[in-house]
Design a protein. Structure first.
Length: 368
């Protein structure tokens, strides 16, 4: 790639769902030298990261937070490996590519499972859950926001189902943490997973696992055949604010800056309110454009759109090449049907105006 293209990428306006745009303070840390990390100073940063993640997730006091150097999928796999065994029998909400990822992980690690398959764009319902009541399941896996379809599942309904069936509840909140309301204690969630590159708005490369005390007991009682993903070792190191192996030190410092920014601005609810306002503004301003919102249960994080007259991928390509704007394309069979517009990261209503103007221009040219 030549220098001209690299400079163009620097100035792109990013409406994807990750990586997203970061604040100036977070970006500034990314330009600094990466410090040595086996020090009391770095341990203090990590312990503060744990404290603030627990605060924003509304986790129980005894909960533990692990920072995994790896994408969200790394923490999804580590969770499946460490909290379930072949003696379990789990339910998986498989309504898109990320639900399917949990299916694949259970297949790889020999965890018995059954799938619940909502219709594309539809929320979970009591009618879908009730056939699985009292059937001997021990665990439940859900991506609370199925990012590939833009559906935010009714997590309260799922929580009630898990409570009455005494199921161990694992929630992938990678794209919804800090974008949608979440209360780990009230939901009786045993594990919450998130990532650095979504609403945390830091570079990709770190994912986060929040473990309830019940989950910690499961981890400590399980014999995992892995070095990197053995969470017993990670828990032991986390007590002193460290990790078993070399972590993504720079990103963890950026996460610390970002968490402190959010805390100083009013905490998780203020961040959620900000993202909600940006999402509502965008959705209100596209009503006269030839789009259909395909999700019937939206997250604040993203709006999934079906263009009525043209290829969704062509819209993505034209915005990227001619307007300096990234939106999020879909893959597979949805490539030409749906694109997604993210509302997370360092975005504003003024940025919405630029994207809306680009859509209006495409529409005027007959390209929408």
């Amino acid at each position: 790639m030549d220098a001209i293209n690299i400079n163009e990428m620097k100035n792109m306006l990013n409406f994807t769902v990750g990586p997203v745009m970061s604040s100036d303070a977070v970006r500034e840390i990314g330009g600094e030298q990466v410090p040595y990390f086996r020090t009391p100073e770095f341990s203090e940063i990590m312990l503060e990261n744990e404290r603030l993640i627990k605060k924003f997730a509304k986790a129980e006091d005894q909960a533990k937070v692990l920072f995994i150097t790896g994408s969200g999928t790394a923490s999804m796999e580590a969770t499946v490996m460490n909290v379930f065994t072949p003696n379990d029998k789990v339910l998986i909400i498989n309504g898109g590519s990320f639900g399917h990822r949990f299916v694949e992980l259970c297949q790889i690690h020999d965890i018995p499972y059954d799938e619940i398959n909502p219709t594309f764009g539809e929320d979970i319902s009591e009618e879908l859950l009730s056939p699985f009541d009292g059937k001997g399941y021990t665990g439940f896996l859900v991506n609370v926001h199925e990012t590939s379809t833009g559906v935010h599942y009714n997590i309260n309904l799922i929580s009630e189902f898990c409570k009455r069936n005494k199921l161990f509840l694992v929630i992938d909140a990678i794209s919804s943490f800090l974008a949608d309301p979440f209360n780990m204690c009230e939901l009786h969630a045993d594990v919450m997973i998130t990532g650095s590159q979504k609403a945390l708005a830091c570079p990709p490369g770190v994912s986060v696992i929040v473990l309830s005390n019940k989950a910690v007991e499961r981890v400590n009682g399980n014999n995992v055949r892995s070095m990197y993903f053995d969470l017993k070792d990670a828990l032991k190191n986390a007590q002193r604010g460290q990790t078993p192996f070399t972590p993504a030190v720079g990103i963890l410092r950026q996460i610390n800056m970002r968490l402190r920014e959010i805390d100083a601005a009013g905490g998780a609810q203020s961040e959620i309110d900000k993202i909600h306002a940006i999402a509502a503004d965008f959705r209100n301003r596209i009503k006269d454009l030839p789009f259909e919102i395909v999700s019937k249960s939206l997250s604040n994080a993203v709006t999934p759109l079906h263009p009525l007259n043209v290829s969704a991928y062509d819209v993505f390509t034209t915005l990227k090449d001619e307007y300096g704007i990234w939106i999020c394309p879909n893959g597979g069979g949805m490539k030409d049907q749906v694109f997604r517009v993210g509302h997370i990261g360092a975005l504003s209503k003024e940025d919405n105006s630029k994207l809306i103007a680009a859509f209006a221009d495409l529409n005027k040219k007959g390209l929408l």
